[in-house]
Design a protein around this ligand. Structure first.
Ligand code: XMP
Length: 509
């Protein structure tokens, strides 16, 4: 059984971050809604410790989320963070009250009890990050304060038998001693062996997939993106030619992308069918300008084409997908609200009576990349930028035609190649060019021109939920602009998009 640390989620925005940090220590972690804890099954499930997350609620609220911490603690050590710490204290007779002023931002630990194993190798003066509206004003009897800041007396506490609480956020980058503290808890206190790695994930997952799938046939839709590609290579390792991959070309991929990626897939030994369905997509998009209609048409066409191809594999039992952890963490499932629905291929599994196989569902994006590397996949497939499913169609404002796609592919190629050649590609989250529905006057040689304008878009981000425009060097932008105007026929003007998300989005449509 895979040993794991469970993070019990009370709805905090940093719950995912706690999970990530623990995995950075090479320890497997799983995030579970606070009301889905498997009481009494710790040994069976490999649970060696539990971390209680923060929450937007107050522990004294009538509808506060509660859990039987003492019962968990009978089996394994528990660390409470912020709300988690306050809940521990409050439910054992301590007091929690609104803080006189919201305690927010950087603070320094001015007192540390060095006998406490949670603070091993952490010195006074370490910076921590506070973010709470409530504060513990009295600890339960017999509980010991083990760290303080000038403003927060009970910054951390210890209680028998194996309970600790911190009112600051060790998972946040600004808590300098955060990783040490998490290591002290998971390794020092819980005894984690730190054996979780891309290689160990591959070994366990391949064995599980073999057992789960046996001799069944599996279909997988490839998009050219990292997640579906890594899922395919992993499945290929487990079941070989029983996996059939379908890669649909809607005609709106980047320049030469379909042929190049298809070749990569074949070199990786995948059993892949490349389907050129571009005529259908362009025909159905003719005359359509509304962004949402464009997306709907592309989505429906994709399902139709995929469905037709998948139906040819008559004995398939499973549909595999590259769904990853952030797609499925139901951090709000505690209130019954699903924040993101899975990217299922439009109800296909039910229609075709297929079961769903999602081998990456417990990995974060950077872990998917690490698994891809450990599987020996080429770096250009692993580190490629995200690209929207509807492709260049959402970067051509107005009607999509083959001619416009060809113009945009050329401009996009110059921009992306320029980023790669200048060593800037891996410094941005994502980049592309947008073809604007605007013509403007220019002059080339002695000739007046009246041609299209394009916008360059490059952003930095960690998860695409928020993004900042990338501050690319002026010299680089000047070079790309020149090259586009000189080489791409039909374009005489280049702009740079300097909007952040929010309030703008990364894509223009
Ligand atoms: P926005 O434009 O919403 O984009 O800021 C956030 C991220 O999602 C990508 N994106 C999509 N990806 N299908 C996808 O697979 C889509 O329809 C789609 N639309 C946007 C976008 O490129 C960015 O990474």
């Amino acid at each position: 059984m895979q040993e794991k640390i469970v993070i019990l989620d009370f709805g905090s925005q940093t719950t995912q971050l706690i999970g990530r940090r623990v995995r950075e220590l090479n320890i497997y972690s799983e995030i579970i809604p606070y009301n889905k804890y498997p009481f009494g099954r710790e040994a069976e499930d490999g649970i060696i410790g539990v971390i209680l997350s923060g929450s937007p609620l107050s522990v004294y609220d009538k509808d506060a989320y509660r859990v039987d911490i003492a019962k968990i603690n009978e089996a394994v050590p528990v660390l409470g963070i912020c709300y988690g710490a306050q809940l521990m204290s409050y439910s054992n007779g301590g007091s929690v009250e609104p803080a006189p002023s919201r305690e927010y931002g950087r603070a320094r630990l001015t007192y540390i009890d060095h006998a406490c194993p949670l603070f091993k190798d952490i010195a006074e003066g370490a910076q921590v990050w506070m973010s709470h509206g409530d504060t513990i004003t009295a600890l339960p009897e017999g509980w010991r304060c083990v760290a303080s800041t000038p403003e927060v007396k009970f910054a951390a506490f210890e209680a028998n038998p194996r309970m600790w609480g911190v009112q600051f956020h060790p998972e946040v980058f600004h808590s300098e001693c955060g990783m040490q503290l998490l290591e002290n808890f998971t390794v020092g206190i819980c005894g984690a062996s730190r054996s979780w790695s891309a290689e160990s994930f591959i070994e366990t997952t391949v064995a599980e997939l073999k057992a789960q799938l046996g001799d069944d046939r599996v279909i997988l839709g490839l998009s050219g993106g990292v997640d579906s590609s890594v899922a395919a290579v992993l499945l290929n390792r487990a079941i070989g030619s029983n996996l059939t991959c379908i890669f649909v070309d809607h005609g709106m991929l980047r320049k030469d992308e379909f042929a190049e990626v298809l070749r990569d897939y074949e070199c990786l030994g995948l059993n892949v069918r490349g389907i050129d369905a571009s005529d259908k997509f362009f025909a159905d998009l003719a005359g359509v300008t509304d962004p949402e209609r464009k997306r709907k048409i592309i989505g429906a066409d994709f399902i139709e084409v995929f469905d037709r191809e998948a139906s040819k594999i008559t004995d398939a039992r499973w549909l595999a997908q590259g769904t990853i952890y952030p797609d499925c963490i139901e951090s709000l499932s505690i209130t019954g609200t699903v924040i993101k629905s899975h990217h299922n291929v439009g109800g296909l599994p039910e229609r075709m009576n297929l079961r769903l196989c999602e081998p990456l569902r417990l990995l974060f994006k950077d872990e998917v990349r690490a698994v891809g590397r450990a599987l020996g996949m080429p770096e250009h497939l692993i580190s490629r930028h995200p690209f929207p499913g509807p492709g260049l169609a959402v970067r051509i404002l107005g009607e999509v035609t083959r001619e416009k796609v060809a113009v945009l592919q050329e401009a996009d190629h110059i921009f992306i190649k320029g980023l790669r050649d200048s060593g800037l590609y891996n410094q941005v989250w994502q980049a592309g060019v947008i073809l604007l529905p605007v013509q403007s006057v220019g002059v080339m040689g002695d000739e007046r021109t009246y041609e299209r304008a394009v916008a360059l878009r490059a952003v930095t981000s960690t998860d695409a939920m928020t993004a900042d425009w990338a501050h690319l060097p002026y010299e680089f932008l000047a070079k790309v602009s020149n090259e586009i105007i000189n080489k791409v026929r039909g374009v005489n003007r280049v702009c740079y998009d300097i909007s952040s998300k929010p309030p703008a989005t990364i894509e223009w449509e």
